[in-house]
Design a protein around this ligand. Structure first.
Ligand code: F6R
Length: 590
């Protein structure tokens, strides 16, 4: 993962502050450590600290460093422990070639051994440092700095984005990992994503696979993989909606949970033509496949049930990292639907690339405009969830579920009915918040905070809700939570239930209702403490969380209590809900 950021321009009074501000937008990509390098009169000053960006700010203690060239990095550790020594930027033996990097250099051990043999001295355990020394090797009297970086980059295996600073230039290359350049009034920029440049410029330079750029004060030059160069053309990408703050909430997570009714309204008012085009693609495909990762994958799993029930249509589903092992089924008339909040999740992108090898069509559902997924896809639907800053996905999950519901209704020839359902669900969710759901959840969180395990069961489409609810709880509060299909209990899971074990049961007013209530009963008779998320109060519940009856849109409302529960458990445990350990918002490594 990791976030990279860089600037070349007219001398900035507070370049260090400017780099830190850029990195603050990229911190969602990793917060194991942060670092910046500022070039002053040809000499680099490097500052790095372990932990969140605020630690680096604290270490700088208000000091401002001016300069014309600078780079910065937020790290999600892959190679080497989370230490100051391993924090980026990294340098070569001379200290003049300074590198920040996102990705994994898969052949780094081989390269490192070769470089050590020819006398290079290494200071860190990272794969990144190898690249600095590699550029040093290629930088001879006859080779320019950009050419040396290009040659070094050509020797890397894996999916990488590198940003290298030396003298008054920045040279950056990408393959597989995201990287964009920007051209603004005050200079030129490089960044892992477009939103980090939202307040600086809307003139964006998109880089193709294997391409690079040279950033100097006056120009951005594109370097093609074969080494030929040309002035880089900019694309205007308006990012009005891209910036975000906490809007009075204590954390992004809770703000984004409460934004969900609004997101549903935005989805319901999406262009009818776009929905109809997506539905006809699915209808006419010789096989439709869904792929996504994590929370987005659970939306895909839910979609398989929705398409079956609402549209009478079979769709296949596999998580992104598994999809390439199933690619043999694809033909040019297959359709792959890839859903991703960031549009940068490597496993999802790899699944898309696999489908493209078979010339299948790609429909992307993506939240971040201009992302890699959007650029790979043949058709794009924007999720319209607005910026999602919390590491935990909430509102983009809801948006995906809503779009899948609309697609299914449209395939069934009931587009208007689908829109009406999403509108009504939005109102019901807003009422759920107004009726004091959060205070019920706070009470429940107090009861559960010392639990070692929480089990969640659902059936049918709410099997996906159970999985998603468990993911929310475990990733933020670190309480072990597992979601199961209610029917699977008796095949093994029930052995885990002891007296007082919290068991959340997701009940909807659908054909799975009776069976899931029987499963709750089975848990209760083994001592389970039954928490029911349901429109109706049932005798088996020890604790009832009332949710509205949203009909086939039940997964959209049933997940909300578990999102809130995850938030409040995390607060009670004293952790930061926006910064769960070991995670990053965008997973750009395999
Ligand atoms: C969980 C979470 C992750 C993401 C997953 C895919 O709360 O956020 O599981 O859903 O990493 O991310 P996107 O949707 O950006 O592809």
């Amino acid at each position: 993962m990791c976030g990279v950021f860089g600037y070349v321009g007219n001398r900035k009074q507070d370049l260090s502050g400017f780099l830190l501000a850029g990195l603050s937008k990229l911190e969602y990509r990793g917060y194991d450590s942060a670092g910046i390098a500022v070039l002053q009169n040809g000499k680099a000053r490097i500052f790095k600290e372990v932990g969140e960006l605020k630690n680096l700010k604290r270490a700088l203690n208000g000091r401002k460093f001016e300069g014309e060239v600078g780079i910065g990095h937020t790290r999600w550790a892959t190679h080497g422990q989370v230490t100051k020594k391993n924090a980026h930027p990294h340098t070569d033996c001379t200290g003049k070639i300074i590198v920040v990097h996102n990705g994994i250099i898969e052949n780094f051990e081989k390269l490192k051994a070769r470089l050590i043999k020819s006398g290079h001295k290494f200071k860190s355990e990272t794969d990144t440092e190898v690249f600095a020394h590699l550029v040093e090797e290629f930088l001879t009297k006859k080779t320019t700095f950009p050419e040396a970086v290009r040659r070094a980059f050509r020797g890397l295996e894996g999916l990488n984005a590198v940003v290298v600073m030396s003298n008054d230039q920045i040279v950056a290359f990408r393959r597989g990992s995201p990287l964009i350049a920007g051209n603004g009034k005050y200079g030129n920029f490089i960044s892992s994503d477009i939103p980090a440049l939202a307040e600086i410029t809307d003139k964006i330079i998109l880089l193709n696979e294997g391409e690079g750029v040279v950033l100097s004060k006056d120009a951005v030059i594109r370097i093609r993989p074969d080494g030929t160069m040309g002035r880089a053309k900019t694309t205007t990408i308006k990012m009005k909606e891209v910036t975000a703050d906490k809007g009075g909430f204590s954390h992004f997570l809770i703000k984004e949970i409460f934004e969900q009714p609004e997101v549903l309204m935005r989805v319901a008012s999406n262009e009818e033509d776009e929905i109809k085009e997506a539905a006809s693609l699915i209808k006419n495909a010789w096989g439709t496949y869904f792929t996504a990762c994590g929370t987005a994958a659970y939306a895909g799993l839910a979609a398989t049930y929705m398409f079956s029930e609402i549209a009478g249509r079979h769709v296949n589903f596999a998580v992104g990292s598994e999809f390439p092992y199933l690619e043999d089924f694809l033909v040019p008339k297959s359709l792959l639907i890839a859903a991703s909040q960031s549009g940068e999740t490597m496993d999802t992108l790899e699944a898309v690339r696999a489908a493209k090898r078979h010339k299948s069509k790609i429909l992307a559902l993506v939240n971040v405009p201009g992302s890699s997924l959007e650029r790979l896809a043949d058709y794009v639907i924007h999720l319209r969830a607005g910026p999602e800053r919390a590491v935990l996905s909430t509102k983009s999950y809801i948006a995906k579920l809503a779009f899948f519901t609309l697609f299914a209704y449209t395939i069934a020839g009931k587009y208007k009915k689908g829109v009406e359902l999403i509108r009504k669900t939005s109102k019901k969710m807003a009422k759920l918040f107004n009726d004091g759901l959060e205070s019920d959840i706070k009470k429940l969180a107090k009861r559960l905070v010392n639990s070692e395990h929480v089990y969640i069961i659902g059936r049918g489409v709410n099997y996906a809700t159970a999985l998603e609810g468990a993911l929310k709880i475990k990733e933020a509060s670190y309480i072990h939570a597992e979601g199961f299909a209610g029917g699977e209990l008796k095949h093994g899971v029930i052995a885990l239930i002891e007296k007082g074990t919290p068991c959340i049961t997701v009940v909807a007013n659908d054909k799975a209702r009776e069976s899931i209530l029987s499963n709750a009963m089975e848990l209760k008779s083994r001592g389970g403490y039954i928490i029911g998320i349901s429109p109706t109060k049932e005798s088996v519940f020890d604790y009832w969380i009332k949710v509205p009856d949203a009909k086939v849109a039940s997964p959209i409302v049933s997940v909300v209590p578990m999102q809130l529960l995850a938030y409040h458990l995390t607060l009670l445990k004293g952790f930061n809900p926006d910064r769960p350990r070991n995670l990053a918002k965008s997973v750009t490594v395999k």
